[in-house]
Design a protein around this ligand. Structure first.
Ligand SMILES: NC(=O)c1ccc[n+]([C@@H]2O[C@H](COP(=O)([O-])OP(=O)(O)OC[C@H]3O[C@@H](n4cnc5c(N)ncnc54)[C@H](O)[C@@H]3O)[C@@H](O)[C@H]2O)c1
Length: 327
C-alpha cells in the first residue's frame, strides 16, 4: 500500500489519478492538510482513501502509516513559492524540512523504508553548464531550493544507517493538466507562466508580466524546461517500481531536455487559444538564471522513462482545464 503526502495538490493529485488508472485494484492513501490542496482533485476516485493530516503531526502520521499497512511513501507535501521562502524562511524550514523530518521519523518507527521524494531543479542554483545533469554541483540560491537539498541529504542518511531506498526526483517546470480536464493546476497565488498566460488569454487577468527581455538567449527571454504533469506522474510510478529492487538512494532529473523561452510560450499560448495575450516586460528578477534545461538521460536509462507530451500538448491540456476549472 502506498501513502501519498500532498496528494490533493497539483502534481500529487495527477499522480494519484494516474496511479489508480494504471493499478485499478490497488488502494492509495492520500495524506494532505489542504493548506494548498483541493479535495475536489480526488473526486470520483474509488480506491483513494483521504486522511486530512499534517506531516508535522508525528503521532497522527505514525497511526495512519500503521493503520493502512503502508510500505512506501510518495512525498509531495511542501510549500512551493520561491519568493515567499526568501521572505519567510522559517515557514519553509518548519514545513518542508521539519515536516519531512517528522514524516521520516514516523516512517522509521513503523519500519517503512521506501520513499519517492519531490525534489527540484532549484537545488542546482545558477547552472555552471546546461543541460544540467545530476552530477552538476548543488548550490541553491533560495531557501526553497535549500530545503529540498537538505531533505535529499537527510534521505541519504537514512539510506546509510537504516537501509532505506529512495529516489529523489528533481523536477524542472511542471505544467499542463490531465487530459480529462477534471483536474489541473490551481495555486493561489499563481506564479507559473503557463497558467498566468492562459488566465490573461481568458480575461481573468489583465496583463502578463514578463521578467527580463535582455538575457543572453536568442529572443532575450528566459528559457525553461517544461514537463507535462502526466509525464511526471508516470515517472513516479516507474520510480516506485524501481524501489523494490534498488538499494540506497538515487537522484534523477525530470525534464524533457528541450528548453522554451517565455516569448515562445506566449506565442504558442496565443496560437492555441486564438487570443492576444496582453503582456509587458519588467526588469529581471534577481536569481533567475537565463537557461534551465535538464539532461534527462538518467531518467531514460535508470527508470526507462520517456516523456510523451510536448509543449503544445502541455498548453492544450492546460487551456482545456483553465476554461472549465472547478477549483
Ligand atoms: N510545480 C512545480 O513546477 C514543481 C517543480 C519542482 C518541484 N516541485 C515539488 O513538487 C511537489 C508538489 O508541488 P505542487 O506544485 O503540486 O504543489 P501544491 O502546493 O499544489 O501541492 C502541495 C500539497 O502539499 C500539501 N501540504 C503542504 N504542506 C503540508 C503539510 N505540512 N502536511 C500535509 N500536506 C501539506 C498542500 O496542501 C498541497 O496539497 C512539491 O514538493 C514541490 O516542491 C514542484
Amino acid at each position: 500500500m502506498i501513502l501519498v503526502t500532498g496528494g490533493a495538490g497539483y502534481i500529487g493529485s495527477h499522480f494519484v489519478r494516474y496511479y489508480t488508472r494504471c493499478r485499478p485494484a490497488e488502494k492509495v492513501i492520500v495524506l494532505d492538510n489542504l493548506v494548498e490542496g483541493h479535495l475536489e482533485a480526488l473526486d470520483g476516485l474509488a480506491n483513494v482513501h483521504f486522511e486530512r493530516a499534517d506531516i508535522n503531526d508525528f503521532e497522527s502520521v505514525k497511526k495512519i502509516l500503521q493503520k493502512h499497512g503502508v510500505d512506501a511513501v510518495v512525498h509531495f507535501a511542501s510549500y512551493c513559492y520561491v519568493g515567499e521562502s526568501q521572505e519567510n524562511p522559517s515557514k519553509y524550514y518548519q514545513n518542508n524540512l521539519g515536516g519531512s523530518i517528522s514524516l521520516f521519523r514516523a516512517m522509521d518507527e513503523v519500519g517503512v523504508k521506501k520513499i519517492v521524494f519531490s525534489s527540484s531543479c532549484a537545488t542546482y542554483g545558477v547552472p555552471e553548464r546546461v543541460p544540467i545533469d545530476e552530477t552538476h554541483p548543488q548550490s541553491p540560491i533560495n531557501v526553497y531550493g535549500l530545503t529540498k537539498l537538505l531533505i535529499e541529504k537527510i534521505l541519504d542518511g537514512y539510506a546509510y544507517t537504516k537501509n532505506w531506498s529512495y529516489i529523489a526526483l528533481r523536477y524542472f517546470n511542471a505544467a499542463g493538466a490531465d487530459k480529462s480536464a477534471l483536474i489541473g493546476e490551481s495555486h493561489a497565488p499563481e506564479t507559473h507562466i503557463i497558467p498566468l498566460a492562459l488566465k490573461t488569454a481568458l480575461g481573468t487577468k489583465d496583463q502578463l508580466q514578463i521578467y527580463g527581455d535582455d538575457y543572453d538567449t536568442p529572443d532575450g527571454s528566459c528559457i525553461r524546461d517544461y514537463i507535462h504533469v502526466e509525464d511526471l506522474a508516470s515517472a513516479h510510478l516507474l520510480a516506485l517500481e524501481k524501489l523494490s529492487e534498488q538499494r540506497g538512494g538515487q537522484c534523477v532529473n525530470l525534464g524533457t531536455a528541450h528548453g522554451a523561452s517565455v516569448k515562445e510560450i506566449v506565442a504558442l499560448c496565443e496560437e492555441i487559444t486564438g487570443k492576444k495575450i496582453n503582456h509587458s516586460f519588467s526588469p529581471r528578477r534577481s536569481g533567475d538564471p537565463a537557461r534551465l534545461v535538464a539532461d534527462a538521460s538518467k531518467a531514460a536509462s535508470y527508470l526507462g522513462w520517456h516523456p510523451q507530451h510536448d509543449l503544445r500538448s502541455i498548453i492544450e491540456t492546460a487551456w482545456k482545464w483553465e476554461q472549465s476549472k472547478r477549483y
